[in-house]
Design a protein around this ligand. Structure first.
Ligand SMILES: [Zn+2]
Ligand SMILES: [Zn+2]
Length: 373
């Protein structure tokens, strides 16, 4: 519509309308702001005058964001968050957060075109379209995101050798075997990885130290250290105790470092113990110790706590080869591997031989035990 003649007509002179016909035909009223005829008014004015009263969207000209150059974490306020997304997606998110949109806007669509000529600066062209009170509105904005670098809390702690807890891998009443220590280290690694994925940013290993009596693992997170000890308890029957030591103060609060003494069970599979009068081959030892009575071949099971006096008397690795001479209903005759005398023993439940076969035996005091196959 080109109705330039009406453009400067003051509101008071509304009655002086020169083009009666057109206004009547279109069934229009006049906008009180600009004086142009309008089909319907929004907030008491025409569409164009209404759009002038609103700001659909606004954004600061410069947005700043801080990233850790080591791990890529992003700083949100005072806190750091891990970043599992591409940098462009992060920039989109940062821009969307900085964008202010009129709360009356409906059906909002935002498109952001990013360009970066320099890894530290992303320029964005933003187009926002929406409906406000039924009027379609569009807004085009420009901004730039400037990225600065700062080492995050976790990376600076890791670099500084910081630790909250030490897990001492030990064994009850003995030195842990190398493969057992390896198993424990793998378990700690798994727990660290899982806790990190779950958002514990200090779930990392600062240092490991091998000692004659075991391995010490230094961890950035106390809760991860405790979790690792719990898992070691569930999976390997380890026990643990914790002792805090005061290492200083921060913001008026005492800071403790916790030492976990993690102990592998005293008995390991393959140990032969004397439980009372009976020789038992240990299969597993955690809260319960299970195994086999070597004389009868029956299954053994006992609370480990009640086996404090049951000492290791032999080991399956000490087994010798022997020949079975004769098998009867309840007895077996075995040739002693050193004296070559025939020794008669009770037939263990697991022995299925008929005579003449080679077996592995354990020699103890004056008797012989045939090991399970
Ligand atoms: Zn108007
Ligand atoms: Zn970092």
């Amino acid at each position: 519509m080109h109705m330039l003649t009406l453009e400067r007509v003051p509101i008071q002179s509304k009655p002086i309308i020169t083009n009666h016909n057109m206004i009547d035909n279109m069934n229009n009223v006049l906008c009180p702001v600009c004086g142009l005829p309008t089909e319907h008014q929004i907030d008491g004015r025409c569409r164009d005058c209404f759009l002038k009263t609103i700001t659909l969207a606004s954004i600061p000209l410069v947005i700043r964001t801080i990233l850790c150059p080591v791990c890529g974490a992003v700083k949100k306020g005072k806190h750091w968050e891990d970043r599992n997304i591409e940098i462009e997606d992060l920039m989109q998110g940062v821009i969307e957060q900085a964008l202010k949109i009129d709360p009356q806007a409906r059906d909002v669509t935002t498109s952001i075109a990013l360009t970066n000529s320099n890894p530290a600066i992303y320029r964005a062209h933003i187009t926002v379209t929406a409906h406000i009170k039924g009027v379609k509105a569009e807004s085009r904005l420009n901004t730039e995101v400037r990225i600065s670098k700062e080492n995050c809390d976790a990376c600076s702690r890791m670099a500084g050798g910081y630790y909250e807890a030490v897990v001492q891998i030990r064994a009850e009443g003995r030195f842990p075997e190398r493969h057992e220590q390896q198993q424990m280290l793998e378990l700690v690694d798994e727990v660290v990885e899982r806790q990190y994925q779950r958002g514990d940013r200090f779930a990392f290993i600062t240092n490991t130290q091998e000692l004659p009596e075991g391995t010490d693992v230094y961890l950035g997170s106390n809760s991860t250290a405790r979790q690792a000890c719990r898992m070691a308890g569930e999976q390997f029957g380890c026990s643990y105790s914790e002792s805090p030591s005061l290492v200083g103060k921060k913001d008026g609060k005492d800071i403790y470092r916790i030492t976990y003494s993690l102990r592998l069970p005293r008995l390991v599979p393959g140990d032969i113990i004397k439980a009372g009068e009976d020789a038992v081959l240990v299969n597993r030892s955690a809260k319960m110790t299970t195994g086999i009575y070597l004389e009868s071949g029956l299954e053994f099971s006992q609370h480990t706590d009640r086996l404090k006096d049951a000492h290791k008397v032999a080991d399956v690795n000490e087994a010798e080869n022997a020949i079975v001479v004769l098998v009867e209903q309840d007895t077996v005759q075995v040739m002693h591997p050193f004296t070559f005398k025939q020794v008669t023993i009770k037939k263990p439940a697991y022995f299925k031989g008929t005579g003449g076969e080679d077996v592995r035996v354990i020699l103890m005091e004056d008797t012989i035990f045939i090991l399970p196959p």
